[in-house]
Design a protein around this ligand. Sequence first.
Ligand SMILES: [Zn+2]
Length: 317
Amino acid sequence: MLPQDTNLGLVPPAGANDTAKDDSFAKHSFPPDGLVALSRVAYQQTPLSTSEVRRGVFVFTGAGGNITAIEGSLGCTVVDSGFSPRLAEIERGLAATLAQAPRWLINTHWHFDHTDGNAAFAAAGATILAHANCRVRLSRDQYVPSLSWGVSAAPRRAWPTLTFDRPIMLDIGAEQLRLLPQAPAHTDGDVAVFLPSSNVLVMGDLFTNGSYPVIDESSGGSLRGMVEAVEELLPMIDANTVVVPGHGAAADCTRLLGFRDMLRKIEDRILALVEAQLETREIMSAQPTAEFDPLWGRGYATGMHFTRMVLAGMGLN
Ligand SMILES: [Zn+2]
């Protein structure tokens, strides 16, 4: 194992040109008290925690979306690249665990908390793989009406260079990774990654452990799509599978089932209110998530945020 100050090439050494700042590419606009603002404070302040979920498979939680690093024969594979202001810590975490240069970076979708570090990983030699729609969204300005959130296009160096829209296998030595593009769910460019030998499923934001998920209606996301994506993936896993969410601690099949059940119950409640022809405003004040808020509404996505995103995903604004 290499010392903790090992430079893997993600962050330039002190004294070099500070290109890391330039790599913090996304120019955002969002309301100061909205979900995006709250999420950025959380990504800035949450301590980075590391867990070895299987031999040679590490999950880093706290610096944006979860980052999963997998040992390989010719360098490591990393799933999602985190929030770029935390890159130095992420690099130290990788150096202290696998101590392998990143060879492959897989993006689970385009959102900044999963792709902000892309340019730095590419500069360190990683090839970026993603759903074809993830590249399209990173390469163009985006606007999410339900969150009043605008994001500028990423520079070309942050774009995935290898894209797919059908399942592919990536042989990294110890594992034959299965990269599984999904029908529109959280966005229209979601990818889940299954590690058959280690029995680990990395879900990106198709699963958030202990918080409501974001549903990005501007990218084709919907609550129905989320439920269907989870149900498509469930037959692949068993009681021993480690299920890595996009946010929150690594979990298991039981926890994922609880998440799916929560989504379905909230969907039923909202659909009943929609069918009763309530206005969007009335549906919001009926608080259809209230029963679930103590368990799932503790993150930056409150029950109100979630309801608004679900309605936007149904075409109701
Ligand atoms: Zn996301």
